[in-house]
Design a protein around this ligand. Structure first.
Ligand code: SF4
Ligand code: SF4
Length: 362
């Protein structure tokens, strides 16, 4: 009976796909049995696409609503389903493994024996999937970089969706949580840490409310959110989010641990698979050839030209602006990159283009 339930969980998750889809391999079942009790797996499979109240899910299971509501509440606390309350009714959704359930496990930044066990199982499962499927085939960028806006050259068009500060001004509430990529790595191997700040991943609006309600992160003021943004920029982290104009999360990524950058770097042309729509330009008269920008660039897009001024390889440049924010002479700014389409308007538009192109990016 229990084996049948986990098989159903496999079938449900296999249909929903995502960056790490369900594979019918021992590593999948070992992980699922640690994440979900049999009862929770059964409830997860009964959650229809979209968001639904406990009554709908209970009806499809032929169980009492209060019994199913209690299971859903506990699952939301564990990051096995999402939840949001509107007009006093709580609606539940079934997230993918990635993005979704895997990330929720490590956003609290805790380090218990259970966290360590889960991190090891997730790590083994991801390795098994990567070894089976190879790097994702990014035929359309599903994520995008948001540039360091203060370095954009005057005279260029800066859309509101190009500016993290605009999202901070627009949304309430805002939450911050631990970078799940760096936390997962640390849980697997305590020595595996790059020294970049951990509590820098932000969520906006409804997504933030879920993170706050379920104690996966904490609410921050707009001022604190801006400070976190500048802390991330000073540390050379890359702002990244979904490739759409209305983002609801912001990762601040390092190249050594974060999935978005690692996936981009596994592509033949990282600068085509992931970019901000901007590229760096140099004021040759200011550059002192210190090579900081070459060292700081997360994608190895820079090299020194014969004229002793850095030059950029656009096949590798993701337009993050890390080179510009770390230049001691202020010799680098960002300008609009030609030929980059604006991001799809919203989640639905992005989903349609991903479906049309068969892109497997996260
Ligand atoms: S960091 Fe600035 S000054 Fe140093 S090489 Fe790069 S552009 Fe020139
Ligand atoms: S050259 Fe490197 S650091 Fe500069 S914008 Fe491009 S990817 Fe970012």
């Amino acid at each position: 009976m229990t084996a049948t339930i986990y098989k159903s969980l496999y079938e449900t998750l296999a249909k929903r796909k995502g960056r790490y889809p369900a594979l019918d391999i021992p590593e999948f079942y070992a992980l699922m049995e640690e994440l979900f009790s049999a009862e929770e797996a059964e409830v997860y499979c009964a959650i229809p696409r979209g968001f639904n109240p406990a009554s709908t899910i209970a009806e499809s299971l032929d169980k009492a609503e209060n019994e199913v509501a209690a299971i859903l509440e506990s699952m939301a606390d564990k990051g096995l389903c999402t939840a949001g309350t509107f007009d006093n009714i709580t609606f539940y959704g079934a997230p993918l493994l990635v993005p979704g359930i895997f990330e929720f496990q490590f956003m609290r930044g805790t380090n218990t024996e259970k966290d360590q066990k889960l991190a090891k199982l997730i790590h083994e499962y991801k390795n098994a999937v990567d070894n089976t499927q190879g790097p994702p085939k990014v035929t359309y960028p599903t994520t995008r970089v948001i540039p360091v806006d203060k370095k954009i050259e005057a005279g260029n068009t800066i859309h509101t969706y190009d500016q993290v500060t605009e999202f901070i001004a627009k949304y309430d509430p805002i939450s911050v949580s631990t970078c799940f990529c760096r936390q997962e790595a640390k849980l697997v191997d305590p020595d595996d840490h790059c020294g970049k700040p951990d509590e820098v991943c932000m969520q906006f609006g409804i997504g933030a409310q879920f993170i706050i309600d379920r104690k996966m992160g904490r609410q921050v003021t707009k001022d604190e959110a801006l400070k976190i943004l500048r802390l991330s920029e000073d540390a050379g982290l890359v702002h990244a989010s979904a490739n759409r104009q209305d983002i609801d999360f912001l990762c601040n990524c390092c190249k050594c641990h974060c999935m978005i950058l690692k996936d981009a770097l596994a592509q033949p042309k990282p600068g085509i698979s992931l970019n901000s729509g901007f590229q760096p330009i140099w004021d040759d008269t200011l550059c002192n050839a210190c090579e900081n920008c070459i060292e700081n660039c997360p994608t190895e897009a820079l090299s020194m030209s014969a004229q002793e001024v850095p030059e950029v390889n656009l096949d590798r440049c993701i337009g993050c602006g890390v080179c510009a924010s770390g230049c001691p002479e202020d010799a680098i700014s960002l300008e609009t990159r030609k030929g980059v389409e604006p991001p799809p308007l919203d989640r639905k538009a992005l989903r349609e283009v991903i479906k049309a192109t068969g892109s497997q990016g996260i």
